[in-house]
Design a protein around this ligand. Structure first.
Ligand SMILES: [Zn+2]
Length: 320
């Protein structure tokens, strides 16, 4: 009988887990709340307990599994299987994740950062299927990315490959959490889009529901901005156009460097669908080199929230 894989997608609010077969089909998936109390010291222990219980409940033993893969926020040391600087998890110091999980479950274990893992998911079973050169960009609270070239995830010499969110798109632009100015993340993340809207509203003269809402206590979200843009709001459309210009410009730089078959846009902001995709593709094409423009496609992600567990599980295939 063929064996199964375990994927873990660790997030600041919930931890998603799944059992998959070797073809990447999800057999069982579930989630638990991520308990970040006591400096996140319960997180790994809770994951081990939850997986043990699911193995038992499914009538299997650890012998029925090949291994475990996990995506995590923070700075990952893949060689040592450790994570540090995952502040949204309360992990300030080095966490020996591989040691804890291998001791707890007795299965081989691989770990990588969450954006890289999501890109592996889309590459294996989502929008990148059957292509060996794929770039993934995720637009959420921040902007992350992953680069797959010749079927291999790129890490670079110090794990910094695929940090698409920190491509500078505006010299001397908004200050980024990384300390640089004008990073893509400061414009095209969910929080960046809201910031762009706030600043553009100050300069706007005209009729706009978004401009009106900016004057009230209403909480403006990127989702609301895309919704208003869809419904003809002039300012909201100007905001979306500006955001998509920066995104399309950054993606054209990536395209001109790597000429992948596709650049896949995922994360919460990508739920905006064509309202995001269409202008981004336009600006990508304006700025891409001819041979890149004619061959690299901009696509929306297909796996949604499952990209993380699927990509994580794919890393365990190496233990076959
Ligand atoms: Zn940055």
């Amino acid at each position: 009988m063929s064996k199964n894989l375990i994927g873990i997608d660790l997030g600041g609010t919930t931890t998603k887990m799944a059992f998959l077969n070797e073809d990447g089909e999800v057999l069982d998936k579930w989630r638990i709340l991520t308990d970040i109390s006591d400096n996140g010291s319960h997180i790994v222990e809770n994951i081990v307990k939850s997986i043990s219980k699911h193995i038992e409940d499914s009538g299997k033993t650890t012998n029925d599994f090949i291994g475990i893969g996990m995506g995590t926020p923070g700075a990952v040391n893949r060689e040592n299987g450790t994570v540090t600087e995952a502040y949204n998890l309360g992990w300030k110091t080095v966490q020996p994740i591989r040691k804890q999980i291998q001791e707890g479950l007795g299965l081989p274990f691989e770990i990588d950062n969450d954006a890289n893992v999501a890109s592996l998911g889309e590459y294996w079973k989502g929008a990148g299927s059957s292509e060996d050169d794929v770039v993934f960009v995720t637009l959420g609270t921040g902007v992350g990315g992953g680069v797959i070239a010749n079927g291999k995830l790129l890490h670079g010499v110090n794990g910094g490959a695929g940090e698409i969110g920190h491509i500078a798109v505006q010299p001397n632009g908004y200050l980024c959490t990384c300390g640089k100015k004008g990073c893509l993340e400061t414009y095209a993340s969910a929080t960046g889009i809201v910031r762009v809207a706030g600043d553009m509203a100050k300069e706007f003269n005209g009729t706009s529901r978004l401009a009106e809402l900016e004057q009230t206590d209403e909480k403006i979200t990127s989702k609301l901005i895309f919704y208003l843009a869809d419904n003809g709001d002039i300012l909201a459309n100007q905001v979306v156009d500006k955001v998509c210009f920066y995104l399309g410009l950054a993606l054209s730089d990536i395209g001109n460097t790597l000429n992948p078959a596709s650049i896949i846009i995922g994360g919460g902001v990508s739920n905006a669908g064509n309202t995001l995709l269409q202008p981004t593709t336009k600006y990508f094409q304006q700025n891409a080199f001819t041979s890149v423009r004619d061959s690299t496609k901009i696509k929306l992600a297909e796996l949604g929230n499952d990209a993380g567990v699927i990509g994580a599980a794919s890393m365990a295939l190496q233990f076959r």
